[in-house]
Design a protein. Structure first.
Length: 511
């Protein structure tokens, strides 16, 4: 299969050795199967391995690729299992899985390796191998138009299968990204998917597939509602769990047992976490000082513009490595989202000419959030972005390091959209909050919440779960924090008061 097509179809064929290892693992787990179903069988490695491990089971396989179907049939003939196998070409997205599963009696094992590709990757290649467009995750507003609406195709497929099962007993054993397995379990637990028990068993995706992702075998028994927890094992051969993830409220936590011990540290937040500025045009908007104090953009161009719209910039790698003295600048075209940018042509004509000379780059930005906006529009911008003091953290790094950041050259420091921050008027309050967030108790609580293999381990939703008052008390800062609250914060239109916040993400629609 050609490279682009392989990416579009998430075509990572399972090595026969791994398929056999998984089949042996299932036998060790005392899983029985009258029927084994592989919804995207590819070259048939799993069906061949399963035919040997389950010598009496009926084997059913489908795939959209007719060449793969032919090769799978030949492999089953060679394995001596063709007489109990049925393999045919079928589009997963249009297949009537409810009717298909309803015809199957006895014990059912749904086995395989679904496509490892996101809807964004398929769209990036102008591919069409996607389900009918729907907001199946239940996002609203801007979340449905940005990165939150991106999903793994295998996540959609797993949810499709759990819906089609309609609560009947079955075993799902599926290779997938670990993040996909978690999202599937979250959906099933929230929507009465009847998961009796579940576990995740990590595999070496680099070794087996040449893919630098965190992957696992998802094992789930369906048919009745069990605890919303799943043990995580570091390998298929390991029998002792490394941790147990679970559902807390409407979201997952990485270590449900540690979370329960520290749950009192969750829930009340007097501050509003913000993400950094989003422009999606770094080659033009981000600049550095060159020799002779001139500015250079990422295109290597010498840039001579007014300083009015230039601000010091820190990125996630700076925060994660303790660098709080900016070496970059960002061009900020708006003080708030939606503000008219044409004023720049009058107040800073050189800046406007520079922006206009790169208009094609701005118009090529793919995100729909820039549609029907003024030229050179930004997001993640508001009064809070220009606060003099901030406490900021990288969203992309595994260890949270909360940095105290103050103004540079009488200008506030801004962050890119891989960072999150709190805005403060007062330095002493910001300094105290940074100490509280960096305290050992806070770091332990964050560790119980955070999946470090995620692309973005830290998000606004997760940070909002920090009850700073309770954490301050545990960290020995209760009196100082209470005194600091009298100073107020003024970046939401009015001072922010201590209030309870709904901290979990909205659950998806019911099955």
């Amino acid at each position: 299969m050609k490279t682009n097509a392989r990416i579009e179809f998430g075509d990572f064929q399972t090595p026969l050795g791994l398929a056999r290892e998984v089949s042996s693992f299932l036998l060790q787990r005392q899983i029985d199967a009258d029927t084994i179903l592989e919804p995207t069988c590819g070259l048939g490695s799993f069906l061949v391995a399963a035919s040997q491990a389950f010598p009496k089971a009926r084997l059913l396989g489908w795939d959209i690729n007719s060449n793969y179907i032919a090769q799978t049939k030949n492999a089953l003939i060679e394995a001596g299992a063709a007489h109990r196998a049925s393999v045919s070409q079928q589009d997963f997205y249009t297949h009537d899985w409810e009717s298909e599963l309803a015809k199957m009696g006895g014990s059912l094992l749904i086995l395989g390796n679904l496509p490892w590709v996101t809807n964004a990757a398929v769209c990036g290649f102008n591919g069409s191998n996607l389900p009918v467009k729907e907001n199946f995750q239940g996002f609203r507003g801007i979340q449905a138009r940005t990165g939150k609406s991106n999903f793994d195709v295998s996540e959609w497929m797993l949810i499709r299968m759990i819906k089609a099962l309609r609560g009947r007993k079955a075993v799902i054993a599926m290779l997938c990204k670990t993040g996909t397995a978690r999202k599937f379990l979250r959906f099933a637990w929230q929507n009465d998917g009847r998961i009796a028990s579940a576990s995740l068993h990590r595999i070496d995706a680099k070794k087996h597939f040449g893919a630098s992702v965190d992957a696992c075998l998802l094992l789930a028994r369906t048919g009745e509602a069990g605890p919303a927890e799943a043990d995580v094992f570091d390998d298929l051969a390991v029998k002792t769990r490394s941790t147990t993830l679970g559902l807390a409220g409407q979201d997952l936590v990485a270590d449900i047992r540690a979370y329960r011990r520290l749950q009192h540290l969750e829930g009340l937040c007097p501050y509003q976490w913000r993400s950094g500025v989003k422009h999606d045009c770094a080659s033009v908007m981000e600049l550095r000082r060159a020799e002779g104090k001139s500015l250079v953009n990422k295109l290597g161009e010498d840039v001579r513009i007014e300083s009015d719209y230039l601000f010091p910039l820190l990125k996630c790698s700076d925060l994660a490595n303790g660098r709080v003295t900016p070496t970059r600048f960002v061009l900020v075209t708006q003080r708030r989202t939606g503000e008219d940018t044409y004023i720049i042509s009058k107040t800073a004509p050189r800046t406007w000419r520079y922006l206009d000379s790169h208009r094609d780059r701005f118009e090529a930005r793919k995100s729909s959030i820039y549609s029907d906006r003024v030229p050179f529009a930004l997001f993640g911008i508001g009064d809070y972005a220009f606060a003099p003091w901030k406490v900021a953290v990288s969203g992309l790094h595994r260890t949270p390091r909360f940095a105290l950041v103050g103004p540079v050259g009488a200008k506030p420091v801004l962050f890119d959209d891989t960072c999150y921050f709190l805005a403060f008027e007062d330095e002493s309050e910001a300094r105290l909050v940074a100490e509280i967030l960096n305290s050992k108790i806070c770091q332990r609580f964050l560790a119980s919440l955070t999946f470090t293999d995620s692309k973005r381990p830290f998000t606004v939703e997760l940070l909002r779960r920090l009850n700073i008052r309770a954490i301050a008390g545990e960290a020995g800062h209760a009196a100082a924090w209470k005194a600091s609250r009298n100073k107020g914060v003024h970046y939401s239109g009015q001072p922010v008061s201590l209030q309870a916040e709904f901290i979990m993400e909205r659950p998806a629609p019911k099955i």
